[in-house]
Design a protein around this ligand. Structure first.
Ligand SMILES: [Zn+2]
Length: 395
């Protein structure tokens, strides 16, 4: 049927429709629609990266033509959290929809920055409170706090007269998330007894048995490694994992080193975290990256972007010995506090080889327990779990 024929596919009052335009059965570019009583709303608008599989495409995203053709029925975009595979397409596609974007404060601040960076002068972002309940057109909406590898990951309970659906977003159950609130076990227990139509479980490994370590587990092994290092310490991780960066800052403090961030994405994320109250006030001031290279090697502890071997990232440039602020010497250490995302193996290995060629010692999560996933590994129980996409950028 023609996409612009709005007589078709108008959700009726006796149905709750789930229509994933992206992210179902694939990694990244999450974009889901829910329809009821003449209206649609969207959950997330993410992208994915071409990586080694599609090197000709830097980014890829879902085709929003269906909803763009009936955007007058789109009451809003709800964001679960700020990872690129959930919000990264907004700067590219929002102009085709021009609807309100609702998000909790950390995600809202990040998305506002992205939209402004794309030259979008309007401010469609409507910040909502953690745990807020509200009505959006014919939909009842409740944000339910989860834990993940970025502050403020949320599940969304969608309620209509014909039934309710829980859209989980990316999550794991972390009792010691280091920053931010932990997940809400009481609310999740109550939800387990609710008569849900379905759980749309949008998280990598959601149907894998097992358990995932806590962010709170990482201080001790990172401290042990850092204590053994004699040269510079460089740790690469995901820029949005504020908890990991706080842990690294605390390890640096514990071993008497100066801590700084190398890479613009990381600096931007920490600035947003400060603004939202997620960067502890008792940590020492960050060292300006321009000064890191001037310090004695045994005083340097730097976190940097580029854990996936991204060309042009801080770590890639350091590995090529062409970074403006920092260069490595034999005996310096580089810790990969991250997972090698499938598809990025060649890029990561290339950077690691270059670092080895410079004489650096490489430690990855296979050598020492210096990374935990932001995703679950549990066995689903009674309710229907529809496993859609995972979070490709920030496992
Ligand atoms: Zn995520």
């Amino acid at each position: 049927m023609p996409l612009n024929d709005s007589a078709h596919l108008i959700p009726t009052t006796d149905e709750l429709l789930f229509l994933p335009l992206g992210g179902a059965g694939e990694i990244g570019m999450n974009l889901a629609l829910y329809g009821h009583d003449g209206a649609w709303f969207m959950v997330d608008m993410g992208l994915t990266f071409g990586g080694d599989a599609f090197p000709e495409h830097r980014v890829m995203m879902a085709d929003p033509a269906f909803i763009a053709a009936r955007r007058e029925r789109l009451v809003g975009i709800l964001l679960t959290h700020g990872h690129e595979d959930h919000v990264g397409a907004l700067p590219y596609l929002w102009r085709r929809l021009r609807c309100p974007i609702l998000a909790t404060p950390f995600t809202a601040a990040f998305v506002r920055q992205k939209l402004a960076g794309a030259g979008i002068e309007e401010d469609p972002v409507r910040p909502i409170a953690l745990g807020e309940r509200f009505q959006l057109g014919p939909f009842g909406v409740e944000y339910i706090g989860m834990t993940h590898s970025i502050p403020e990951s949320n599940g969304i309970l969608i309620t209509t007269p014909v039934g309710a659906v829980f859209h989980s977003g990316d999550w794991k159950l972390d009792d010691r998330p280091v920053v931010g609130r932990r997940y809400d076990p009481d609310r999740l227990h109550a939800l387990s007894r609710a008569p849900l139509l379905a759980m749309v479980c949008d998280s990598t490994n959601a149907v894998v048995p097992g358990s995932t370590g806590s962010e709170g587990d990482l201080f001790a092994p990172l401290l042990e490694l850092a204590s053994q290092a004699s040269g510079r310490i460089l740790v690469t991780s995901f820029a949005s994992n504020i908890a990991r960066l706080v842990t690294l800052a605390r390890v640096a403090e514990a071993v008497g080193r100066r801590f700084g961030l190398v890479g613009q994405a990381m600096a931007r994320m920490v600035a947003i975290a400060r603004g939202c109250g997620y960067w502890p006030g008792d940590l020492p001031e960050l060292v300006d990256p321009r000064h890191l290279g001037l310090l004695p090697p045994q005083e340097v502890f730097a976190a940097c972007t580029g854990s996936q071997g991204e060309p042009g990232s801080a770590l890639a440039r350091i590995a090529e010995d062409r970074h403006r602020d920092l260069s490595l010497d034999p005996g310096d250490a580089v810790f990969f506090s991250s997972k090698m995302i499938p598809g990025n193996e060649a890029s990561v290995m290339r950077v690691q080889q270059r670092l080895k060629d410079l004489g650096a010692e490489i430690v990855t999560d296979t050598d020492a327990p210096i990374h935990v996933s932001g995703h679950p590994a549990i066995r689903p129980r009674r309710i229907c779990a529809v496993s859609t996409a995972g979070c490709s950028r920030r496992p």
